[in-house]
Design a protein around this ligand. Structure first.
Ligand code: FES
Ligand SMILES: [Fe+2]
Length: 348
């Protein structure tokens, strides 16, 4: 159902404070993401192996020897950050020896943290991940300066292909500061494969968007998409960057979480009040959300769908990437990127 052996976006660093774990659900799995006493991030299944109480209902505490513990509120069992059971308060001394606490485990997940983003690896917890956690170019070790999270009541695939679909922009996002009906014209963009996805190769962005015009002389933009649902738009202008990162994360089969994080060192964005930027992003993402949620009314009748050339070719690539990833994992062989360099043309 969901792609495995991949890093999924878990949370923003700023959301996870020591002693105050957060809960998220990714690919059907309820997770508790916390930060230990040393400041390192950890993640475990938010279900107590004793009798299924969510561990997030309990508390994060510290053992007498200074180790971080997650304590279940029901019977006080305690787990270390790797999910290993360390304490069962009801046991007598004699029972303790018989129980072998180390064998009782809450499933834990590998995590990574960089650039203000927390990543959770979905795959064999004991094996080395197939790849290091994703890392954005151009932003160095900075954290996002703004973020917006939004719930889309639709399955992952429609959220993803809605995001990469150039033909909806002139309709769903028609507004004076982005696109107008008159600004629609024919475009051609060069694409090429990148690790687990594809890139709209660096180019001068379309002259019909007002915001790009504001950034000043000759911006260059690149848009990358990678599995499982990561879209990054890099805008470079006069040695400065504006980077928009979007994580499209499946909560379960019917709901998808969208997180947009914006990085920049461009003076223009410093001059715009954060609430205005946040409003613009929320408006934009809200238009996508409203579209895919309205689309669900049609989709529930399970109609046959069409993908056309060239506007829907990126969506075709997305399905090919997913199919190849699944097949490569099943056959335990390296992934072979099915995307070939191509120039796509459309009107938008
Ligand atoms: S359910 Fe967690 S300790 Fe019993
Ligand atoms: Fe959109």
């Amino acid at each position: 159902m969901f792609l495995m052996d991949l890093w999924y976006f878990g949370a923003l660093s700023s959301q996870v404070k020591t002693g105050a774990p957060v809960t998220v659900q990714i690919a059907g799995e309820p997770l508790l993401i916390g930060r230990d006493n040393a400041g390192c991030v950890f993640a475990m299944r938010d279900i107590c192996p004793h009798r299924a109480m969510p561990l997030s209902e309990g508390r994060q505490t510290t053992s007498p020897d200074g180790q971080t513990r997650i304590e279940c509120p029901y019977h006080g069992w305690q787990f270390d950050v790797d999910g290993v059971c360390k304490t069962i308060p009801s046991l007598t001394e004699a029972q303790k020896t018989a129980m072998q606490l180390g064998k009782i485990r809450c499933k834990s997940f590998r995590t990574a943290e960089a650039q203000g983003l927390i990543w959770v690896y979905f795959g064999d917890a004991d094996a080395k991940p197939l790849s290091p956690a994703p890392r954005l170019d151009h932003v160095g070790d900075t954290a996002p300066r703004l973020h917006v999270s939004m719930l889309f009541d639709c399955p992952l695939d429609h959220a993803v292909i809605g995001l990469m679909d150039p033909a909806h922009i002139a309709y769903i996002h028609r507004q004076w500061w982005w696109r107008t009906a008159k600004s629609v014209h024919e475009k051609q963009k060069a694409f090429g494969p990148v690790d687990r996805g594809f890139s709209m190769l660096p180019h001068q962005p379309s002259s019909n968007s007002f915001l790009y015009k504001l950034l000043g002389s000759k911006p260059e933009t690149e848009i990358r998409f990678e599995l499982p649902g990561l879209r990054t738009e890099y805008v470079l202008v006069g040695g400065r960057q504006v980077t928009g990162f979007t994580a499209v994360t499946p909560i379960d089969e019917t709901q998808t979480q969208i997180t947009i994080a914006l990085y920049w060192d461009h003076a223009l964005l410093n001059a715009i009040p954060n609430f205005l930027l946040r409003n613009a992003i929320t408006t934009f993402a809200g238009q996508d959300r409203d579209a895919v949620q309205a689309q669900q009314k049609g989709l529930k009748h399970d109609p046959k769908l069409m993908l056309i050339h060239d506007a829907d070719v990126q969506a075709m690539w997305y399905f090919k990437l997913k199919a190849e990833w699944t097949e490569a994992r099943a056959q335990k062989r390296p992934f072979i990127n099915p995307v070939k360099p191509a120039t796509l043309r459309w009107r938008s």
